[in-house]
Design a protein around this ligand. Sequence first.
Ligand SMILES: CC(C)(COP(=O)(O)OP(=O)(O)OC[C@H]1O[C@@H](n2cnc3c(N)ncnc32)[C@H](O)[C@@H]1OP(=O)(O)O)[C@@H](O)C(=O)NCCC(=O)NCCS
Length: 156
Amino acid sequence: MIRKAEKSDYEEMDLVFRESAKALCIRNYETSQVLDWIGQPWAERFIESANKGNDQFVKISNGKVVCFAELNIKNLKLNSIFVLPTYIGKGIGQEMLNFIFSEAQKAGLQYLDLDASLNAVNFYMRNGFKKYGISKFTTQNGVVLDSVQMRCVLGT
Ligand SMILES: CC(C)(COP(=O)(O)OP(=O)(O)OC[C@H]1O[C@@H](n2cnc3c(N)ncnc32)[C@H](O)[C@@H]1OP(=O)(O)O)[C@@H](O)C(=O)NCCC(=O)NCCS
């Protein structure tokens, strides 16, 4: 089941973010960069992010948050999808991305942009995103990471 995130999900989302980045993003970045990025447990990151206009969604499996995504309708931007490492490769990222596409289409968006982490570029390319640039992405806590700017044109 995918649903809107509630404040009571934030601690679990923080865990998903930290575990996922530590296990999966570390393949394409310096270990120290990833450790600086994930920092200490900080569930409040999601309060800050919601205040910036991000819609937050969670996938619940076996009673726990196993994936979350953040979508910014105003900025036509998919901010993030993170899957708990023990749940990757089971179609959950795909299911969440399809959900995000349908939310974006419901909101009338014609395209979606994202700054993809290097490890996830091929996942997005398989799903209709095309690269249009490279950037230095500054994370919420000020760590600068190489990323790939991608755009997916949405069907009507
Ligand atoms: C990228 C991520 C969201 C994919 O989630 P997932 O649940 O493992 O993906 P799925 O199981 O839904 O995969 C769907 C398909 O994409 C493929 N795929 C998954 N990750 C891939 C990757 N990094 N590169 C290429 N293909 C990938 C799968 O093999 C699967 O293919 P199939 O349908 O032929 O079997 C997940 O690996 C993750 O959370 N990564 C770390 C966080 C991150 O970098 N997020 C992106 C931030 S912008």
